[in-house]
Design a binder for this molecule. Structure first.
Ligand SMILES: Nc1ncnc2c1ncn2[C@@H]1O[C@H](COP(=O)(O)OP(=O)(O)OP(=O)(O)O)[C@@H](O)[C@H]1O
Length: 319
């Protein structure tokens, strides 16, 4: 006899059907929703209810969901002081990790200057399903920013617990299939950063520093902050290390060379690599075109940093 549910085999989302049965006119479907956010799940459910409900002899439809469990790892990106390129690094590392085949999320928790919506050219408000925020798709990365929770340009003079509350909303968002979530912390090593780290409980941290002495002293404070909270430092990245003159090509080291690497070595922390000061990198970043997404030397540099980070994460998990 012809199975009345046969037409489901040619449904657009037939590959997601894990089980189907028809009992007394009621169809029960189990649908795999791996990788779909709450809005997409609702749309899929409605689609099945409508198309199955229209089949002959069907009086009711029940749709249940199943999904593969995603093992999520959160990595905090911190810096001892502002302006060292932590946000630029977070955006480009996120894109480089996604290009290496990872499902990546990015939380912009920089309450003093949330810049990810601009860096990733994604200045849109996220949607919500009930109280759960749905990250926006930003150049292949799922992203949420504290900047999306307030009006643009509003100074965020939040204290630690308030900031932690807002960041909590971002952490508990619907991250779908994202397995690696980078969290761009506010610069500095005060109470605000401390309570954010305690709230987020990242698996590891990356510290961004410039080669300047002062930044290095600040970087060591950041290392101590993560030590205090029991978060292992996965590695140090040196940004704005050396400068290639765009006119004559001569390379120079306005802030000195090797300081960050030496500091990392002295502290027994992996040195993940360095990125030179580059006018084209700054221009592309300011224009919302992260260089990690465009072919060129900067893309190669970010890919190498992303690989070093994955290695450090691997050894951390193994150790
Ligand atoms: N390697 C680089 N070469 C040239 N410009 C850079 C480089 N890295 C970052 N910048 C520029 O430096 C400025 C500060 O960078 P960014 O906002 O990422 O720093 P930050 O550490 O996140 O600062 P804050 O947390 O205070 O916002 C930006 O204009 C950015 O484009």
């Amino acid at each position: 006899m012809n199975d009345p549910l046969n037409p489901l085999d040619s449904h657009l989302h037939a590959a997601r059907i894990r089980a189907k049965k028809l009992v007394d006119g009621v169809v029960s479907l189990i649908v795999d929703v791996t990788g779909l956010d709450a809005l997409e799940r609702r749309a899929l459910k409605e689609d099945f209810e409508q198309s199955v409900g229209a089949l002959p002899d069907v009086e009711g439809v029940r749709v249940g969901f199943t999904e593969e469990k995603v093992e999520r790892r959160m990595i905090a990106i911190g810096s001892g002081k502002g302006g060292v390129g932590k946000s630029t690094m977070s955006a480009n590392l996120a894109i480089a990790l996604a290009r290496l085949g990872h499902k990546v999320g990015l939380i912009d928790a920089d309450i003093y200057g949330p810049s990810q919506p601009r860096l990733l050219d994604a200045q849109v408000k996220p949607k919500a399903e009930g109280k759960t925020l749905i990250p926006v798709d930003a150049q292949g990365v799922k992203m949420l920013s504290v900047g999306q929770l307030v009006e643009p340009g509003t100074a965020l003079a939040w204290r630690g617990p308030m900031a932690a509350g807002a960041v909590n909303q971002l952490i508990e968002a619907d991250w779908g299939d994202a397995e690696l979530i980078l969290i761009d912390l506010p610069p500095g090593t005060g109470d605000v950063q401390l309570s954010l780290i305690q709230k987020a409980r990242p698996e590891g941290a990356v510290i961004v520093s410039t080669p300047q002495d002062l930044a290095l002293i600040d970087a060591t404070r950041a290392i101590d902050l993560f030590g205090k909270t029991g978060v292992p430092v996965l590695g140090l990245i040196e940004n704005m290390a050396g400068y290639a003159c765009p006119h004559c090509g001569e390379a120079s080291d306005p802030f000195g060379q090797g300081g960050a690497e030496a500091e990392a070595k002295a502290r027994d922390i992996p040195f993940l690599g360095r990125l030179p000061l580059s006018a084209s990198l700054r221009e592309a970043s300011d224009a919302g075109r992260p260089p990690a997404g465009e072919e060129g030397p900067a893309q190669d540099a970010f890919e190498a940093l992303a690989r070093a980070l994955l290695d450090a994460l691997g050894s951390q998990a193994a150790g």
